[in-house]
Design a protein around this ligand. Structure first.
Ligand SMILES: *[C@@H]1O[C@H](CO)[C@@H](O)[C@H](O)[C@H]1NC(C)=O
Ligand SMILES: *[C@@H]1O[C@H](CO)[C@@H](O)[C@H](O)[C@H]1NC(C)=O
Ligand SMILES: *[C@@H]1O[C@H](CO)[C@@H](O)[C@H](O)[C@H]1NC(C)=O
Length: 225
């Protein structure tokens, strides 16, 4: 049974995959006129894909298909593209709510466990856009291994993104420049982890990180503790 269901998800995904790739093609055609979307990709080109969100106007059923695709595919290239498209869609507040209602936040969150750094980055981009919405924040469930992403030796691209995530959550907690009483954080939620002592230690270490951008971002977050 599971096999059949899985197969139909894949089928739905493949149909949408074509659409999503087309969207990405539109986003990138200005820069990569000669490039074939599915060919081997230069490092950095995937990063370029995230730079233009204006063309993405996916409706709820398309977003749902995109989420099915993300759940069912093992292919890193498709995973990455789906995350980019989802992240761009999540720049719009209406979509942030739709993606939450479709149960999309854990689907994106699961991709944080992907060992591929490029995929981790895209998942974080999408989560960062989704986390602008306070109702979405409590839906971000991670296990304690997530805190390892705040270690000093982690790639700068990842560090800056996880710090942005922290910043987004902080921003929602602030009222009139001061931290409001924190809403109760559900067990296993990201905010419970971020405001724990283990994370505080990591943040203090990042405040003297050798990379100036990482350091600066960490320093802006720390006074909010
Ligand atoms: C969503 O967009 C697709 C493609 O444009 C269209 O075929 C579909 O009918 C739309 N669905 C809804 C519910 O608007
Ligand atoms: C990581 O994902 C990228 C983007 O899809 C892919 O091109 C690359 O081959 C993957 N790397 C590994 C080691 O799987
Ligand atoms: C959403 O994510 C994209 C890519 O990371 C970024 O360029 C854009 O500024 C984000 N939008 C918002 C509202 O945060």
């Amino acid at each position: 049974m599971i096999g059949v269901r899985h197969a139909s998800w894949v089928a739905a995904g493949l149909v949408l995959g074509a659409g999503a790739c087309y969207g990405i093609y539109l986003l990138t055609r200005g820069r990569r006129r000669g490039g074939r979307g599915l060919g081997p990709r230069r490092s950095g080109s995937a990063e370029d894909l995230t730079s233009g969100s204006h063309d993405d106007v996916l409706n709820a059923s398309q977003l749902q298909k995109l989420l099915y695709l993300l759940e069912s595919t093992e292919d890193p290239v498709i995973t990455e593209r789906a995350l980019v498209t989802l992240g761009n869609s999540a720049a719009f507040s209406a979509n942030q709510a739709i993606i939450r209602e479709l149960g999309g936040i854990p689907v994106v969150g699961n991709k944080l466990n992907n060992p591929n750094q490029s995929i981790k980055e895209k998942a974080l981009n999408a989560l960062n856009n989704l986390s602008v919405n306070v109702e979405n924040q409590v839906k971000i469930k991670v296990d304690s291994s997530f805190l390892a992403l705040y270690d000093g030796h982690v790639a700068k691209e990842i560090l800056l993104r996880v710090l942005t995530l922290f910043q987004n959550i902080n921003n929602c907690l602030k009222t009139g420049g001061r931290l409001a009483v924190r809403p109760p954080s559900p067990q296993g939620s990201l905010s419970l982890l971020l405001y724990g002592e283990e994370c505080a230690q990591k943040m203090r270490a990042l405040a003297s990180h050798q990379d100036a951008d990482v350091q600066e971002k960490a320093v802006t977050i720390i006074p909010e503790f």
